[in-house]
Design a protein around this ligand. Sequence first.
Ligand code: NAP
Length: 494
Amino acid sequence: MAAFEEALAAATAVAGRVPKGLYIDGAWRPAQGGKALAVEDPATGSVIAEVADASVADALDALAAADRAQQAWAATPPRERGEVLRRAFELMLARRDDLAGLMTLEMGKAFAESQAEVSYAAEFFRWFAEEAVRIDGGYLTAPGGGSRVVVMRQPVGPCLLITPWNFPMAMGTRKIGPALAAGCTVVVKPAKQTPLSMLALVGILEEAGVPRGVVNLFTTSRSGAASSALLDDGRLRKVSFTGSTEVGRTLLGQAAHRVLRTSMELGGNAPFLVFDDADLDLAIEGAVQAKMRNVGEACTAANRFYVQRSVLDRFVSGLAERLGGLRVGHGLDPETEVGPLIDGNAVQSVGELVADATAAGAKVVTGGAAIAGDGYFFAPTVLSGVPGDVRTVREEIFGPVAPVVAFDAEDEALRMANASEYGLASYVFTENLARGLRVSERLESGMVGLNQGIISNPAAPFGGVKQSGLGREGGRVGIDEYLNIKYTAVRAAW
Ligand code: NAP
């Protein structure tokens, strides 16, 4: 208990020191009209801070600053752009525990997971610091001769970056890193439930030497109105969004009016396939990771488990034993393995999905209900005998619930796995490499975990197909989202 109280006091002190204003044109300032937005600790429901609640005019000021800074930033030597990111990477690592405590305080995930996210988030700054100096072009001879083609890649210009609450730092650095490396200026809008992590991150970028106007940040309770105004403004050249498919669709519709460049990292409904030739202990461990990372509030979270009938009972009882044994509590308590959900609506929606499945005949093997008391807790849950078409299987659960469906043949498993409008991540467990690759090829998703439950890393081109999104973040291709290709055709009369 003493360790918990100490950690809570330390994180609260960090939250107190984080700047709470808008960061526009290299300066912190209050929102016009002086409005504020309350931030809660989801483990207790109590307010931990108030941050500026930007108006539409504030958001437009942020874009104006980004626009003014664009030309000079694009002309800044790539090595200098990279060094700013590199310094920010080092500052993040040096302050990892403070940042992790802050993240847990406003988002809920267990402290060790927040530490892992800070390290993962920082890696995008290191990765793109290295990519800033590798933006290449080309020199071609036209097939008929007589002309040369000089191909160059240039920054797209000021970008709006909208991020969700579930990975409040990594979803930011995965956009800010490549944008800055490419020579783009940015306006960042974090989710209203977790603004402190992004405010701390922008403070670090400021300390790392980001020039005035290159990074701008506003927090607001009027996301729709503010982003509409920015999307309608000719100075904005790109929107990169991570969040729900529903909001992504709205933004794509708005972006269409100005044929704006877009990157969309949207929702998922990941199938997790366990074949009878899998290493079952490994599959159960992978299932715990793929399901319980971030309390199940991850776009890559395993959402539905398809298990071959001959290993079904062993898988279900092994998974239930592991999930039922996880310690649930305040994420800053060193004993805690599973924190709260983000808010009361999340608890209600997860409860409804469980009720829908049980009404259709599913059996609760462990968990199954919200945990009474302060905060927004839901017990880690395993459902067996789940009919293949209930809401829990069709919709993104975003909570600690594992519905298990039986299958007999590989084709049947693939058919069920691909029967979704989403296509972000999938998981396959088998010791047969040929089957693993065959199934990976046939799965309709942007990413597959083969015998592993965690698939994210900075070198990987993260992203989805179908309604899970457009574009890729991270990896060698992540910077392409922020570059335009141009060529100059040169008369070659020699
Ligand atoms: P969300 O409701 O779509 O919100 C995401 C962001 O969009 C927040 O900053 C939110 O601001 C903002 N927003 C909401 N309505 C908007 C509008 N009309 N115009 C402009 N911005 C708007 O999603 P969420 O609940 O925060 O995050 C969970 C979702 O994100 C899940 O579906 C998850 O799968 C997805 N996700 C995807 C990835 C990926 O890489 N594919 C990664 C993480 C999460 P407010 O906070 O003010 O509402």
